[in-house]
Design a protein around this ligand. Structure first.
Ligand code: NDP
Length: 273
C-alpha cells in the first residue's frame, strides 16, 4: 500500500465494467484500492494492470464467511488506519416478465444486489471512517444504484426492485452512520457500456417463448445487446465515485444522464387491443 495507505477504498466487483473503471480512476488519483473479484485469474489481471495500487480480494458478496475473512485481511493490512470508503458495486441484472419468472431467479437477484450489499457493509463499514483522528474528509459508503431504481422498467422487476431497495437501505444506513462521520451516497447511472448487457444473451427466455411476451423479449434482448455498446463510458461512473469520496459535503443521490429507458422498453411490449 506504501504511502497511499491513508486513502484506501474497497471496490466490490472490480473484475470488469464499472468496478474496474472505478479502480482505474481512483488509483490514478492516488487512492489505494482493495478490489474484489471471484476468480483467481481476475485477481492476477488486476495485479497485472494496476500493480501494488490495487490489492485483490477474492470473495463472492453472498458468502458471508468469505467476506468477513477478506475484511480481516484488510484490517491487518491497514494496521489501525481507517478506510476512506466502501464502494458497493458488485451486481447482476435479472430480466424477464415477473409472472413467468422462476422464483430462484428472483431470489438470486435480491441475494446479490441487496443481501450482498448488506454482507459487505456489515463486514467493511466498521473499518470505514476516522476510528482514529485523521486529516481529510470522513468515510463514505458509495452504493451503485441505477436509474432503474428510481423509475421502473417493464421486464426488469427483479433488478428494479433490488435497486429501489438499495435506495431505502442507503437512506436508512445513512441516518445510522452519519453520527459516526460516515456518509452513504447512491450513484444511479443510466445505461453504461459494460459486459452486464452482453449477459442478456445468456438469459434463458425459453420459459417465455410461448407467452405473449416471447417476441417482446427477443426485442428486449437485442435492445440490451445494443446498449452494451452505446452506453456511457464506465469511467464516468468512476469520476462520480471519486467526487462522492472526496468532496466535503457529497450529494446523497447522484444521477448520471438518465436515459428515457422506460419509454424505449414500453415500446417493446405488445400493444393493448
Ligand atoms: P458487469 O457485469 O460488467 O460487472 C459486475 C461485477 O460484479 C463483476 O465484477 C462481477 O464479478 C461482480 N459480481 C457479480 N455477482 C457477484 C457476486 N455474487 N459476488 C461478487 N461479485 C459479483 O456489470 P456493471 O459493471 O455494468 O455493473 C456494476 C454495477 O453497476 C451493478 O451493481 C449494476 O447494477 C450497476 N449499474 C450498471 C449499469 C450499466 O448500464 N452497466 C447501469 C446502472 C447501474 P464476476 O466477473 O466474477 O462475475
Amino acid at each position: 500500500m506504501n504511502g497511499q495507505a491513508s486513502r484506501s477504498v474497497i471496490v466490490t466487483g472490480a473484475s470488469t465494467g464499472i468496478g474496474w473503471a472505478v479502480a482505474q480512476v481512483l488509483t490514478q488519483r492516488g487512492f489505494h484500492v482493495f478490489g474484489s473479484v471471484r476468480k483467481a485469474a481476475d485477481a492476477e489481471r488486476l495485479t497485472a494492470a494496476f500493480g501494488p495500487a490495487v490489492t485483490p480480494l477474492i470473495f463472492d458478496v453472498t458468502d458471508e464467511a468469505a467476506v468477513r475473512a477478506a475484511a480481516g485481511q484488510v484490517e491487518t493490512a491497514l494496521d489501525g488506519r481507517p478506510l476512506a470508503g466502501l464502494v458497493n458495486n458488485a451486481g447482476i441484472a435479472v430480466a424477464g416478465p415477473l409472472l413467468h419468472l422462476p422464483i430462484d431467479e428472483w431470489r438470486r437477484q435480491l441475494e446479490v444486489n441487496l443481501t450482498g450489499v448488506v454482507i459487505a457493509t456489515q463486514a467493511f463499514a466498521p473499518l470505514v471512517g476516522a476510528r482514529k483522528p485523521v486529516a481529510g474528509p470522513p468515510g463514505r459508503i458509495v452504493n451503485i444504484g441505477s436509474v432503474g431504481g428510481r423509475n421502473a422498467n417493464p421486464f426488469m422487476a427483479p433488478y428494479c426492485t433490488s435497486k429501489f431497495g438499495l435506495e431505502g437501505l442507503s437512506e436508512s444506513l445513512r441516518r445510522e452512520l452519519l453520527p459516526f462521520g460516515v456518509d452513504v451516497v447512491v450513484i444511479a447511472p443510466g445505461a453504461v457500456a459494460t459486459p452486464i448487457w452482453d449477459k442478456a444473451d445468456e438469459t434463458d427466455t425459453s420459459a417465455y417463448a410461448d407467452t405473449v411476451y416471447g417476441p417482446a423479449l427477443e426485442r428486449l434482448r437485442a435492445y440490451m445487446l445494443s446498449i452494451g455498446k452505446s452506453g456511457l463510458p464506465a469511467e464516468r461512473i468512476g469520476e462520480a465515485v471519486h467526487t462522492a469520496l472526496t468532496v466535503a459535503r457529497p450529494k446523497v443521490r447522484y444521477t448520471i444522464t438518465p436515459q428515457p429507458m422506460q419509454m424505449l422498453m414500453a415500446d417493446l411490449l405488445p400493444k393493448r387491443t
